[in-house]
Design a protein around this ligand. Structure first.
Ligand code: SF4
Length: 390
């Protein structure tokens, strides 16, 4: 048997993987021959030395800066993150500076990145680090995972990058690479324990920092979701998906129901002075702490206009007149889609009260940019500014 055939045969093949035995199949990865592990580590190491990406956070060993980058990268692409990361560190250069900032400044700095729970958790975690750890980012896994917004893979990413700790990672890209490496016969989320074991088994113990970064780069640049560049891949020799020519079919996907779709009526309410009414969402829940234009879900058989009047009465205790439509905005969140039907409105009577939000405010269009808004609402602001020009 040639060396190449021996290496390929050392990993389990797709039709050898037991079905629906996620607890018992951990041993699949535990018996990898050490020469395969060594070859995976060395080939990845060499590839990373030549092809690794030069990213700003990789020039730092400051766990705070690395933590910020890890959180920003959780749901967002590298090219989007880079300017946010640099602005963030200018504005909040240390854990103490972030802990001392007020939440509105933190949300404003995050505006446009989405998934705002990440910013709120960064802020809360910075306060905990300042209070419990004397302002020093902890260096042990348990303490890091006790901080808000930090799970096992993020903790592994931070600690391996900052302290070269021998901790594995398993983010979305890594799941895809490993699922292809072993030609996993089920969706990765149905084999989490085994994938963690595999990620731990192949981690290069002398150099976990570079190994994890290299694994992320492999997933981001070659082993992409669509059209993976297998011919350039350092793991091609061992990759079961490539050897079985099923790399485009893996990883298997979960069958998902279509996202629910909510129709929302939204009011841009002006008073006699021409000011606009905005409200701050409650802390708990989606987009907590951000500002928005008031409104709510359109009930069955309700017109948009009726919905807006009812919602404003219930939420703010005022009466309004609904005028012309300003804009319709479609937006997709992780678990649902919304269509915002936005109307110009005029205050008729009453004093707005924060009945279902934390705060209400009358602002001019010039002042509105001072407040952090979710992305869908920034389109409304743009349309408002455009309508003033026209
Ligand atoms: S050979 Fe292809 S499918 Fe396998 S790890 Fe490399 S890029 Fe991914």
């Amino acid at each position: 048997m040639s060396q190449q055939t021996k290496l390929s045969a050392a990993l389990p093949r797709v039709n050898q993987l037991p079905k629906n035995t996620t607890q018992n199949s951990a041993s699949l990865w535990e018996g990898l021959p050490s020469f395969v592990l060594t070859d995976l580590q060395q080939t990845l190491h060499n590839w990373y030395g030549k092809q690794g990406r030069d990213l700003p956070w990789r020039r730092s060993r400051d766990p705070y800066a690395i933590w910020v980058s890890e959180i920003m990268l959780q749901q967002t692409q590298v090219k989007t993150v880079i300017p946010y990361y640099q602005r963030w560190l200018d504005q909040f250069p240390t854990v103490e500076a972030l802990a001392a900032a007020n939440q509105q400044a933190v949300l404003k700095a995050w505006e446009g990145l989405g998934y705002y729970a990440r910013a709120r958790n960064l802020h809360r975690a910075a306060e905990q680090i300042a209070n419990i750890h004397g302002g020093r980012f902890p260096s042990d896994l348990e303490s890091v995972m006790a901080l808000p917004g930090i799970g096992r893979t993020t903790a592994g990413g931070i600690l391996s990058a900052a302290f070269n700790s021998p901790l594995a990672i398993l983010d979305g890209n890594v799941k895809r690479v490993l699922a292809r490496l072993v030609a996993l016969d089920r969706p990765p989320n149905k084999a989490i324990k085994e994938l963690w074991r595999l990620s731990e088994a192949i981690l290069e113990p002398q150099n976990p920092r570079d190994f994890n970064q290299a694994l992320m780069d492999l997933g981001a640049t070659l082993c992409t979701r669509h059209n993976p560049s297998c011919l350039l891949c350092p793991w091609r020799r061992h990759c079961q998906a490539y050897n079985l020519n099923v790399q485009s079919e893996l990883p298997m996907s979960e069958s998902r129901a279509p996202l629910p779709h909510k129709q929302i009526g939204v009011a841009v309410i002006r008073n006699d002075q021409g000011q606009i009414l905005i409200d701050r969402r409650r802390q708990e829940g989606l987009l907590g702490g951000l500002w928005e234009f008031p409104g709510g879900k359109i009930e069955p058989k309700e017109t948009v206009q009726d919905c807006i009047q009812r919602e404003i009465r219930e939420e703010l205790g005022i009466e309004i007149e609904v005028g012309d439509r300003l804009i319709v905005v479609d937006h997709a969140y992780t678990h649902f889609r919304v269509t915002l039907n936005v109307y110009h409105c005029r205050l008729l009577s009453g004093e707005p009260q924060p009945l279902e939000c934390d705060e209400v405010l009358w602002v001019t269009l010039d002042e509105i940019d001072q407040y952090p808004f979710p992305k869908a609402n920034t389109k409304i602001i743009e349309a408002l500014k455009q309508s003033e020009i026209n």
